[in-house]
Design a protein around this ligand. Structure first.
Ligand SMILES: *Cc1c(COP(=O)(O)O)cnc(C)c1O
Length: 433
């Protein structure tokens, strides 16, 4: 099946007389006739549902759809993107371990890794993903367990050099985890470029209508856990919390994703709710139709901003002047998604006075009428945000600079409105500066 067909049909194939639409199975429990059947389910020896903290038919169908769309062997839907990142990493790390992550990743994930996971005894080194291989290699340690980055960084819109990063991670015996939220599998399938694990905030383009919070982890099934048993013993040694199950033996290429569910989803309880998975499925059905329009609208808005006298810099990989364009052509041939950011002129003067820069950005944002100020991104409606005072507020000045978040930086999530209306709104707000 081609991508657009998978969006509609993967994961749920109704049999004779069954509902044509994916049913919402709003039930925590599932009834069985014998204790032997339930025991086999608990031993992971039979397939079936027993409690919606671990798996649910609606969630399962959408997991299968997303795994198909990303080209993975399995997926888990989580209650949020944050939960997906946390589980994806905790399935690899324990106290005393270390992660290498790009400094341009989403501020919430930086906080998760650098503050909360640090309390768990896990360290992170945030790196400039555009450094040379030698420089990047110097940050890996014997206890490093993962390299973590975003296909298109939020909000700087840097495009990840996926094959180079995958080779780098593999040279150090660790998986590459890629947050593919902004690209979605329609624009880029990181697994095809060597990523081992893909994570998502499904709250964004995948749900697509800003209805349900959620996240996802997709396993490529390609990382050889047994070959790196020294680093990842939990994959090929018996799990006493699961009756001595050896994940690589029992589940082969799906070892990672089964272990994540059996241990962490079970213990932490952050599977996506059936209701949110039902909404997510609605969004996924039209993903292949929506994404090209986001790209087209954002390209037009980026070009409008790039020639505007009040605008200093526009960060959008689809612009001919973007240093990211070459990489975008390789990894994002169908378009560069709908999120862009820009800074305002006078940025030089405000470099010493961040407060003045923030105030300037606020004047533009507060004057926008159609483009709404909301703490969200990748919605069907256009959204404006000021990262320095919201999503990245908790970061230090150095972290902000490393993440490419300057005081006047305005992030625009271009929606599916008629693009002329969006440009008119930006024009009236900027002209009043
Ligand atoms: C929003 C976002 C997250 C966090 O997802 P939530 O669903 O809000 O928890 C992670 N990564 C990226 C790139 C995001 O945009």
């Amino acid at each position: 099946m081609e991508f657009a067909t998978q969006c509609l049909h993967a994961g749920y194939e109704p049999k004779n007389g069954e509902p044509g639409a994916l049913p919402l199975v709003q039930s925590t429990t599932f009834k069985y006739d014998s204790t032997a059947e339930v025991a086999a389910l608990f031993d992971l020896k039979a397939n079936g549902f027993f409690y919606s903290r671990l798996a649910n038919p609606t969630v399962d169908a959408v997991e299968r759809k997303l795994a198909a769309l990303e080209g993975g062997v399995g997926a888990i839907l989580t209650s949020s993107g944050q939960a997906a990142s946390f589980i994806a990493l905790m399935n690899l790390c324990r106290a005393g371990d270390h992660i290498v992550a790009s400094a341009t990743i989403y501020g919430g994930v930086i906080n998760l890794i650098a503050v909360t996971m640090k309390r768990f005894g896990i360290e992170v080194t945030l790196v400039d993903q555009n450094l040379s291989n030698d420089e990047l290699s110097s940050y890996f340690r014997p206890n490093t367990k993962a390299l973590y980055a975003e296909t298109i960084a939020n909000p700087s819109a840097q495009v990840l050099d996926l094959t180079r990063m995958a080779d780098l991670a593999h040279a150090h015996g660790v998986p590459l985890i890629v947050d593919n939220t902004f690209a979605t599998p329609y624009l880029c399938r990181p697994i095809e470029f060597g990523a081992d694990i893909v994570v998502h905030s499904t709250s964004k383009y995948l749900d697509g209508h800003a209805l349900g919070l959620g996240g996802a982890i997709v396993d490529s099934g390609k990382f050889n856990w047994s070959a790196h048993q020294d680093k990842f013993p939990e994959f090929s040694e018996p799990d006493e919390s699961y009756h001595g199950c050896v994940y690589t033996e029992a589940f082969g290429p799906a070892a990672y994703i089964v272990k994540a569910r059996a241990q962490l989803i079970r213990d932490l309880g952050c599977l996506q709710s059936p209701h949110n998975a039902f909404y997510l499925n609605q969004g996924l059905e039209t993903l292949a139709l929506r994404m090209p329009q986001y790209c087209q609208n954002a390209q037009a808005v980026a070009q409008f901003l790039a020639q505007h006298p009040k605008v200093d810099q526009v960060f959008y990989p689809g612009l001919a002047c973007s240093p990211e364009q070459q990489r975008a052509q390789k990894y994002l041939p169908r378009g560069c998604s709908g999120v862009l950011s820009f800074t305002l002129k006078a940025a030089a003067a405000t470099a010493q006075a961040p407060e003045a820069g923030r105030a300037l950005a606020a004047r533009v944002i507060d004057r926008l009428q159609l483009i709404a100020l909301k703490v969200h991104v990748a919605d069907i409606k256009s959204i404006v945000m000021h990262p320095a005072s919201t999503s990245h507020r908790q970061l230090s000045a150095e972290q902000l600079a490393a993440a490419g978040v300057s005081p006047t930086l305005i992030r625009l999530s271009v929606g599916l409105e008629a693009v002329g209306d969006l440009i008119a709104d930006l024009e009236q707000a900027l002209s009043q500066l």
